[in-house]
Design a protein around this ligand. Structure first.
Ligand code: AMP
Ligand code: MG
Length: 438
């Protein structure tokens, strides 16, 4: 059976966060299958390394060479034939006959009783399989070194040819969200461009009569539109194309026109506001005409109301594409939470990424936290270390869904599971960091 966002299961009074995520993933899969229906989703393009960060690699990147290309030294020290090593502490005495530098191999041969001064990365000279690091020698002169036989084993401190990567084997797999290390890895193979999935086109808009843009003055009861800026920041981390559709009034005709415009331009539309009880009614009506969109009550806090589904291609418009639609709640914190929970993973999946969910870790809660079973909560918190050096978290003050400062001061979410009750000080809790290292 084809998934429909209006599937009755999804309209039960409260939808579990995991069910919502599953339904989203299922619909995204269907869109990928009928790829052409959502524009040129399967298209690939070439990106130079300096443009490729956070793009999705389209094909396995095969290594054109062995890395390292030759056996080489892992340490600054002395290279020699490891046959002279044994278990006793008898002294090995070796004559230094030359030096091998990184990028300047030693051409001669090393005989038993001889060694070569060698720098890290220098090619191992013929006749040598072992390197004694400088600091492990007991005696060292210009011409001679000495060290106990049992100080190391044959083959130690040598990197083998092809140890990191073998020629023609995948160095990076298709679907990788490219990180700085991947760009460095490609460069180390002499590869200057990568084949990546095309950028997703993501439209954003804010809806609400009370919203003002930053160049306007605030009149009574109005507020600045902040959601488009936090969304832009979140989307910029994914190196995609953002189409800013601005602020749309709470008026059915304007909203309808904005949605129609998005279907001609964007693969995905993310709106904020206008899906809460009271406002959702006219949005629902427009959606019935334009697509197949479910209005969900998700058992989560913050972020309870959310609309999700498909906007159909508009007849006569070119290019005609289906547009994936996320109607996020208006509250500034709820926007960010629902983006992290539902939108980010869906965008990555739609763009062909093979890993879409951030890692969940654990930390000790410094204080008790009140929690009602029956909904998943995302509390904003600061991860640090307690006196014993263990990872610990404390919440960032007031947790209201509109209080963006709680998000700005935090560096992670504490995730309290659906069935979880109150947390006592000292309990371990799940956390998701806002920023990873790579
Ligand atoms: P709504 O979901 O439209 O009922 O909005 C919920 C709350 O979020 C209201 O207090 C709105 O004023 C606020 N809000 C909605 N959109 C934005 C926005 N773009 N920037 C800042 N606050 C917003
Ligand atoms: Mg509103």
């Amino acid at each position: 059976m084809k998934h429909s966002p209006n599937n009755p299961i999804l309209l039960t009074s409260s939808l579990h966060v995991d069910e919502a995520r599953k339904a989203i993933s299922q619909l995204v899969n269907e869109l990928i299958e009928e790829s052409q229906a959502i524009g040129d989703l399967a298209d690939i393009e070439t990106a130079s390394l300096d443009q490729a960060i956070n793009r999705i690699l389209a094909n396995d990147l095969l290594s054109p060479i062995d890395v390292p290309a030759a056996d080489n030294s892992a340490m600054d020290g002395y290279a020699f034939d490891g046959k002279c090593l044994g278990l006793s502490d008898a002294t090995v005495s070796l004559k230094i006959i030359g030096t091998a530098f990184a990028g300047k191999p030693y051409e001669g041969k090393i005989n038993p009783g001889e060694c070569l001064k060698i720098m890290t990365g220098a090619v191992m000279p013929s006749g040598c399989d072992t390197v004694i690091p400088q600091e492990l020698t007991s005696t060292q002169t210009e011409t001679q070194i000495e060290f106990p036989q049992n100080q190391l084993k044959p083959g130690e401190n040598r990197r083998l040819r092809g140890e990191d990567l073998q020629q023609s084997k995948p160095a990076i797999s298709a679907g990788r969200l490219l990180r700085p290390s991947d760009l460095g890895l490609a460069a180390s193979l002499g590869i200057s461009t990568l084949t990546v999935k095309r950028k997703l086109k993501v439209a954003i808009l804010s809806s609400g009569d009370e919203l003002r843009s930053l160049d306007q003055t605030l009149d009574a009861g109005s507020i600045y539109d902040s959601n488009r800026y936090s969304l832009t920041g979140l989307l910029n981390r994914l190196n995609l194309e953002i189409i800013d559709c601005g602020i749309v009034r709470d008026d059915p005709a304007s909203l309808k026109q904005a949605f129609i415009d998005a279907t001609t331009k964007a693969d995905v539309l993310i709106s904020s506001g206008g899906v809460s009880v009271g406002e959702a009614d006219y949005t629902k009506q427009i959606m019935q005409e334009l697509g197949d969109v479910g209005f969900w009550k998700i058992a989560m806090r913050p972020g309870r109301p959310m609309a999700f589904g498909i906007l159909k291609p508009v007849a006569g418009k070119s290019p005609a594409r289906k547009t994936l639609f996320f109607g996020l709640p208006g509250n500034p914190v709820a926007v960010m939470v629902t983006f992290y929970q539902f939108v980010r993973g869906a965008l990555l999946q739609l763009n062909g990424a093979n890993q879409t969910e951030p890692p969940i870790m654990q930390a000790i809660s410094e204080a008790s936290i009140r929690k009602k079973p029956g909904r998943t909560e995302f509390q904003r918190a600061i991860l640090g270390r307690n006196a014993a050096g263990r990872p610990s978290v404390r919440l960032t003050g007031s947790q209201g869904a509109g209080i963006l400062r709680s998000m700005s001061e935090a560096n992670c979410f504490v995730i309290l599971a659906h069935d979880q009750g109150n947390i006592a000080a000292g309990d371990w809790v799940d956390i998701a960091l806002f920023d990873g290292l790579l």
